[in-house]
Design a protein around this ligand. Structure first.
Ligand code: G3P
Ligand code: CA
Length: 270
């Protein structure tokens, strides 16, 4: 379906429009989202970082899922493997068998040498519904959305009550997710720095998403007031500075995506 007609249809029917009151925000003002796990303290997107996030007790685990050449979903952030591993190219250039023992910890510190790349299925098998997930689909390749949903089903992941939020920088991928599931919360991710550079208007985003994950440098009172007006939640990333965290909490963002979720949590409880 053409994007414009899809948006028009969904906007008109509002068949999956969710209000701000339907969030997990029952006890606290601002959701604590562990970016790639507790990645300030442990190598990102590894079981070590996820275990620590679980111990801290976060509202959501944020993780990056992409497919290998043979369509196995793994958790890894970068497009370029050479930045943090010993091999070149991208996840999509290798079969799972070829990279399943990839060392994704050594770059972070010698003591983490030997930490292996994590299969997304392993995350669901190990943690299941112990976490709520902010699942980012990275570099979407054909079929990734269905593969992820099949795994949710296999591991009986609870998709109700906003326990899983799907996010991506790729709008087409998010529209596919919306077609597959009319209710799952979706966050459009935006990288751009100025309003002029925004690839989509907030109004357009609100037709298929309920939230916007946006670089913290773009978050200001004006954005929040416009977003509040149309019922779009705002999640600044990646906020690691306590003063900035406090500012965002005071401004009323829905959640903060941080490498040090313990810090967000401590401020949020004050
Ligand atoms: O959750 C949003 C944030 O993770 C998007 O940026 O580059 O860290 O995946 P990135
Ligand atoms: Ca991410």
């Amino acid at each position: 379906m053409l994007l414009k007609s899809y948006i028009k249809e969904t906007f008109e029917t509002k068949r999956y429009y969710l209000t701000i009151k339907e969030t997990l925000m029952t006890k606290k003002d601002c959701l604590v989202i562990a970016h790639r796990g507790a990645s300030k303290y442990k190598p990102e997107n590894t079981l070590l970082a996820y275990d620590l996030a679980l111990k801290i007790g976060v509202d959501y685990l944020e993780l990056d899922v992409q497919l290998t050449k043979d369509q196995v979903p793994v958790v890894y952030h970068d497009s370029d493997l050479s930045k943090k591993t010993d091999i070149k190219g991208s996840i999509q250039d290798y079969t799972y068998e070829e990279i399943k023992n990839l060392d994704v910890g050594k770059w972070f510190g010698e003591e983490y040498r030997g930490t292996k790349l994590v299969n997304f299925e392993t995350v669901l098998r190990l943690y299941g519904n112990q976490f709520n997930y902010f699942l980012e689909i990275k570099n979407p390749t054909d079929g990734i959305e269905q593969i992820i949903f099949n795994l949710f089903e296999k591991y009986r992941i609870d998709l109700t009550n906003h326990r899983v939020v799907i996010q991506s920088f790729d709008q087409n991928c998010l529209l596919k997710v919306r077609e597959m599931d009319a209710n799952i919360p979706i966050n459009q991710l935006i990288l751009k720095k100025t309003e002029e550079e925004m690839p989509y208007s907030l109004t357009e985003i609100s037709t298929y998403a309920e939230g916007l994950g946006i670089n913290q440098s773009n978050v200001n009172e004006q954005l929040l007031s416009e977003a509040n007006r149309i019922g779009l939640k705002i999640y600044p990333y990646t906020v690691n500075d306590s003063e900035k965290m406090q500012q965002f909490i005071d401004m009323g963002v829905t959640g903060i995506i941080s490498d040090c979720p313990d810090l967000v949590k401590s401020l949020n409880l004050n």
